[in-house]
Design a protein around this ligand. Structure first.
Ligand code: OOG
Ligand code: MG
Length: 259
């Protein structure tokens, strides 16, 4: 695929994101959108955000749990980028009229102490972590009806739109990271329950897989970056007035309010 075509596709997903308009799947008209080309489109769309003054703050893994894979009908892990415009403060307000069809999912987040370059094992990945915290991710696919194939969702920066981190950062070796129970509630009622074990069998394995996938493109995770390890449960559609909260064993909580 030519670099002009990659830029054209990046413009389509970026424009849809800025204007909150749904688009058809890119793969419907572009048979050459391989996984590698889709990551190139994602990189070009993020470059547009950086040109507008956003900063890169981290990365996210997606489709790392069976619940998410089954909900979306895509069965391979993917990664995307997090920028400064996607950061909400704990308890922050999500404006529904600036989004298309947002959903929320509970996540475990890492804050990196050191650079992490693949290939690495999960144990090596954890050595580069400063701490772990509870998180909520809001995803808002730019594709009609939230339906996509693997290359489509990669090109669309894995539906990233907003995220919030809980206010307590815990050293990774102080918690039973491989099996932390979690509860997501909306307006005080429990809507999803799960365990960090659902995140690619262990959140550290998800982090290592991210470093290993990036290494195939000559890239790495940088010290200070945030990494979302992937939704542990299916995602839930957001409605006006929702107060969404995740509570994770030993990590604490993170919450948002939908306006
Ligand atoms: C793709 C993004 C998936 C996760 O945590 O699994 C994701 C989507 O479901 O739209 O962020
Ligand atoms: Mg997610």
């Amino acid at each position: 695929m030519t670099s002009d075509r990659i830029e054209q596709l990046a413009e389509i997903v970026d424009h849809a994101a800025i204007t909150c308009t749904e688009i058809g799947m890119l793969t419907a008209d572009e048979p050459e959108l391989t996984i590698a080309n889709a990551y190139a489109v994602q990189e070009a769309s993020i470059a547009r955000r950086l040109e507008r003054g956003e900063r890169l703050v981290g990365l996210k893994m997606g489709l790392t749990s069976r619940a998410k894979m089954e909900q979306m009908g895509v069965h391979e892990p993917i990664y995307g980028r997090l920028t400064s415009s996607m950061v909400l403060s704990d308890g922050g307000r999500v404006k529904l009229d600036e989004l298309c069809h947002p959903r929320v999912e509970p996540e475990v987040a890492f804050i990196m102490k050191d650079d992490l370059r693949g290939p690495v094992t999960p144990a090596q990945a954890l050595d580069a972590v400063a701490g772990v915290c509870a998180a909520l991710e809001i995803i808002d696919s730019r594709y009609r009806d939230f339906k996509f194939t693997l290359p489509d969702v990669i090109a669309d920066n894995t539906s990233a739109v907003l995220f919030v981190l809980g206010s307590t950062l815990v050293p990774a070796d102080r918690v039973n990271l491989g099996n932390l129970g979690m509860v997501m509630s909306v307006n005080g009622s429990i809507v999803e329950t799960g365990s960090s074990a659902a995140i690619y069998e262990h959140p550290a394995r998800s982090l290592a897989e991210l470093a290993n996938m990036l290494a195939r493109r000559g890239q790495w995770i940088q010290a200070g970056q945030i990494v979302l390890s992937g939704g542990a449960t299916a995602a839930i559609a957001l409605k006006s007035g929702d107060h969404v909260r995740v509570d994770i064993d030993e990590l604490g909580s993170a919450e948002i309010v939908v306006a």
